[in-house]
Design a protein around this ligand. Structure first.
Ligand code: ADP
Ligand code: MG
Length: 259
């Protein structure tokens, strides 16, 4: 079976006046359709750069090398036009801080509608608005029909993350990449968002890459785990095996740090 996502020898480097720094080194992993992979590691280990490389959204000055295949299609050589169609429609991303992704002056309904219309050019505004309300209901935002007209700052952190998830689902992606989606949230809200992500996986069959520094999150949601340290993969395998029999001292240290 063709992997949903097949990343081979991905290296990401920054060119600076002082030279070249590799922040992701020869990372390889495979994700089967509908499967979930947790990428863990401390801050600065290269988790975000790995996911941004997949989306071709690396910051200026960063270059990537290696192969990234989505259901057999090589993404690294896709023309930018084609890559724009992949983002959102086939692979959607959720970030740690929804406020940095939402326009403060537009209602969430408008922003979800726009995301919806970006993938369905023939949809009318009315249809898109209805889809936005439905999407908000799907992620269990109460009173969606009224809240669709509210602005990002009128939502709590957890509700804002639900808005981001609603937006991410608007293109019906095959793959969801979540980069620390619960890190900025209170513990009880973290659990609710994780449950929602698990529910969406069940309902849509989408694959999931869950990036986190929190091993508890991974043990809850991931089939496989990849442990990164300073840009290198130090351990990877089935979540259960990695958690019960960690081979690398770094993984053991991460596990010991879990309360
Ligand atoms: P993580 O998500 O695991 O916390 P990142 O992938 O964000 O780590 O970062 C990996 C490394 O890349 C870090 O050492 C970080 O300092 C470096 N880095 C991130 N962004 C830039 C940038 N714009 N310029 C130079 N280095 C960067
Ligand atoms: Mg990060």
């Amino acid at each position: 079976m063709t992997a949903l996502l097949d990343v081979r020898d991905l290296t990401v480097a920054f060119e600076t006046p002082r030279g070249r720094t590799e922040v992701v080194r020869d990372v390889s992993f495979e994700l089967a359709p509908g499967a979930s992979l947790g990428i863990v590691g401390e801050s600065g280990s290269g988790k975000s750069m790995t996911s941004l490389a997949v989306m071709d959204l690396l910051p200026p000055g960063a270059t990537r090398r290696g192969s990234i295949r989505l259901a057999g299609t090589e993404l690294t050589t896709l023309p930018p036009r084609e890559m724009r169609k992949v983002r959102g429609a086939r692979v959607a991303m959720i970030f740690q801080d929804p406020l940095s992704c939402l326009n403060p002056y537009y209602t969430v309904g408008l922003q979800i509608s726009e995301a919806y219309r970006a993938h369905r050019p023939r949809a009318t505004r009315r249809e898109a608005r209805r889809a936005a309300v439905e999407a908000m209901e799907r992620v269990h935002i109460p009173h969606a029909a009224e809240r669709v007209d509210h602005y990002p700052h009128q939502f709590s952190g957890g509700m804002r993350q639900r808005v981001m998830i609603a937006m991410a689902l608007s293109g019906e992606p095959e793959l969801l990449i979540a980069d620390e989606p619960t890190t900025a949230l209170d513990v009880t809200v973290q659990k609710q968002i994780l449950d929602l992500i698990a529910e969406i996986r069940r309902d849509t069959g989408a694959g999931l890459v869950m990036i986190t520094h929190d091993l508890a999150v991974v043990s809850e949601i991931a089939d496989d785990v990849l442990v990164m340290q300073h840009g290198d993969v130090v351990e990877q395998g089935g979540a259960e095996q990695v958690f019960s029999r960690p081979r690398h001292p770094y993984t053991r240290r991460l596990l010991e740090a879990v309360p």
